[in-house]
Design a binder for this molecule. Structure first.
Ligand code: CAA
Length: 259
């Protein structure tokens, strides 16, 4: 894997760390490494949940503008697919994920955060989709995932203006889920993810897939997806454990096996 991205696993929680100072600008190498890291944590049996983290100062200030500035239309025709692939790979991690946001999460950086299930931000964080100021639009999923998260009018406000949003405004519009002191961001994200360690891994995976896939299709099709996944969980050991534990000991005491 690239030196620009590392994966560390501790107590069932994986941390995918971006390491490209000063701004974690997302060049092609880091995009590829993020895709590989997403596949790795998705497959590893010792990982129950995942934190995306840019370090103590900055989450990521977007795609590498210096790299893009040199690209022609035909270069971008070839590259635009992989620009979406790395955020798609993050969004498809079949486990709970959270972005731990310090400093800036802009452009592609904001799009990485949008590809996670949850976002925890520092009080001094700034989020936004400033691509319009470069004469382009978000190209790593931002137009779609932002609109789905905060609604089309707020997404248009942010994408048309390119303005930065404070952590408090981000919380108010649902762009982030929790705001904490800067030095507590990683710990708060970790607390969220630790809640899923020892959980019913296949039910969590099914819940994520059904919610995400369901939002992409009409209600009837979404309900069909839910029905099939609901029934499929009756083939898991955790379903047996969960229901037997309830009958014998009452709610919330099951010791799941992740199988
Ligand atoms: N790409 C490449 N380099 C970047 C960068 C980026 N996205 N963001 C910052 N940098 C570089 C700066 O050029 C500067 O490099 P030098 O030291 O070599 O001059 C260094 O990082 C520090 O940046 P600043 O001096 O600008 O620091 P600042 O504190 O004054 O401002 C900032 C920080 C507000 C993040 C500002 O750098 C900024 O606005 N960055 C660009 C944000 C942006 O437009 N992101 C969208 C990119 S396009 C995209 O992401 C497309 C997509 O949808 C995938």
């Amino acid at each position: 894997m690239s030196e620009l991205v590392s994966v560390e696993v501790d107590g069932g929680v994986a941390t995918i760390l971006l390491n490209r100072p000063p701004m974690n600008a997302l060049n092609a190498e880091i995009q590829g490494a993020l895709s590989a890291a997403a596949v790795e944590v998705g497959e590893r049996r010792d990982v129950s949940a995942v934190i995306l983290y840019g370090g103590e100062k900055v989450f990521a200030a977007g795609a590498d503008i210096k790299e893009m500035e040199r690209m022609s239309y035909t270069d971008m025709v070839q590259h635009a697919g992989s620009l979406q692939d790395f955020t798609r790979a993050i969004s498809r991690i079949p486990k709970p994920t959270v972005a731990a946001i310090t400093g800036y999460a802009l452009g592609g950086g904001c799009e990485v955060a949008l590809a996670c299930d949850f976002r925890v931000a520092a009080k001094n964080a700034k989020l936004g989709q400033p691509e319009i100021l470069l004469g382009i639009i978000p190209g790593a999923g931002g137009t779609q995932r932002l609109a789905r998260l905060v609604g089309p009018a707020k997404a248009k406000d942010l994408i048309f203006s390119g303005r930065f949003v404070s952590a408090d405004e981000a919380l108010a519009i649902g762009l982030v889920d929790e705001v904490v002191e800067a030095e507590d961001v990683y710990a708060a994200a970790r607390r969220r993810m630790e809640a899923y360690v020892g959980g019913p891994a296949f039910a969590l995976r099914a819940a994520k897939e059904v919610i995400d896939r369901g939002l992409e299709v009409d209600l009837d099709t979404a309900l069909d997806i839910e029905r099939a996944q609901f029934a499929a969980l009756f083939a898991t050991r955790d379903r047996e454990i969960g229901m037997r534990s309830f009958v014998e000991n009452g709610p919330g005491k099951a010791k799941f096996e992740g199988a």
